[in-house]
Ligand binder design. Sequence first.
Ligand code: FBP
Length: 554
Amino acid sequence: MSDNLSLLAKARVAYQPKLPKALRKGPLKVSILKGAETEAVRDQAAVKALFPNTYGAPVVSFETAESHTIMGNQVNIGVVLSGGQAPGGHNVIAGIFDGIKSNQGGSKLIGFLGGPSGLEHCKYIEIDRALMDQYRNTGGFDIIGSGRTKLETNEQFDKCIETANKLELDAIVIIGGDDSNTNGAVLAEYFKSKGVKCAVIGVPKTIDGDLKNEYVETSFGFDTAVKTYSEMIGNIQRDANSAKKYWHFIKLMGRSASHIGLEAALQTHPNLCIISEEVKAKKQTLGQVIQGVADVVALRAAAGKNFGVALIPEGLVEFIPEFGVLMSELNEVLAHHEAEIKGAGDTAAMVASMCKHLTPASADLLKSLPSGIQAQLMLDRDPHGNVQVSLIETEKLVIEMVAKDLKARADFKGKFAALNHFFGYEGRCAAPSNFDADYCYSLGYGASVLALNGMTGYMSSVRNLTAGIDNWSAGGIPITMMMNIERRHGKDKPVIQKALVELDAAPFKYFAARRDEWAKSESYSYPGPIQYWGPTEVADQTNYTIMLERGALK
Ligand code: FBP
């Protein structure tokens, strides 16, 4: 074992992740039960037309069987880590590894380097036991690295076919979020249309928690990442409550959805937490959002409390109606006039050039923003056409505007000294919680069963996650079932529908019923660091979101 491993990592290697009952006898003793044919979640006709070979496949569930005939005795499986890091990725790979090696010593696991581009350009390593054992139960994606290349052109797909043929792959497992699993479904369809035997299978990853539905109860990594942020938020709350002189504004990752902010609020009880989806539902303008924050600052100041903690989801600006319109106009303009805008010169010149293509209202809004935010809004989109919200300093914008609002209030006699923080990268590679360690290993093991059975276009699914691991169920869900058509890079594209925070669901209601009390008091909760050993109610607890969603907490 490497000397570089910390004591925790060394001790964690010995942790044996648990599996759902159906998988415990090994992948050869699993039978596959097929359900009814499925439909896409929206835009059924359009999705069906794009996936003629893979659309409509049934949901499948696994059951232990005495024996089950599957592919040959030896399989070659390729694995890709795609998109942002999420705790537990190494355990997914360990699950696949142990699955294919359990009964079939000659099977090979190929790890593609640096994400989907490794598959495209056939850059890989073989993952052997010595390598795998270094990474069990560790955070990060560094065993093979990750990347955000979008596989979308026929040339890229043909290169993937060359890779699959060269390495004689029976299946490729893509571990990724909504965009990467969309890539996976498109690749599965292409392979099938060309008669390529290699299956393509997905695994639901993302700390954002927005890849979920009836069959995917949570994406892996969310649990650990939010526990990590909550530990830090708790520490800051204690600091704020000790010094009583600062307001802390903490932006939290999560891209569009506010699941991370909401879960962190449920764990820590901050004075304020903005939920982007609520802002959108109430059609709040930026001015109204700022006023709401300033009201809480003023309320506390009136009670002599010039301190507090506010959580801000990183996707907030997209949900403020006038910003939403501005951002989709910016996306369209950048998709069609990128060279003109980028070539204009400094930020002021880029704004002037951009404004020629915007509606008057959006042009006015863009011009009214601080220069730093203007530049951030016009930054390159990621390869999937997403605005890179993690680079927009919303927390600073909010502080600046709240300070202005308070200054204009004749009755505000308090002090407003605010500090900004951004928690995102700090949590994405944390050592997986016991929940994520078990969940990821089970997802990987389940993926090996799907792979061994040639089930292409499926995502590995493990369910009933709050009922204790003996009651977890495993199976596969056709990826096309989660799809709808969305506008990306100025074009209509099939993508997996994002699950945003639902305002009529239990997690938000639980928060909404308590937030007024949390605003004025110091009912802070200090979750402390993730525990890997100790009482099960501490070490094996999941999170509020999944417990409330599944009725395990009222
Ligand atoms: P995925 O959707 O790929 O899982 O990534 C999630 C995320 O961590 C977002 O929360 C964040 O906005 C984004 O990645 C940051 O991207 P990058 O790692 O490219 O800076």
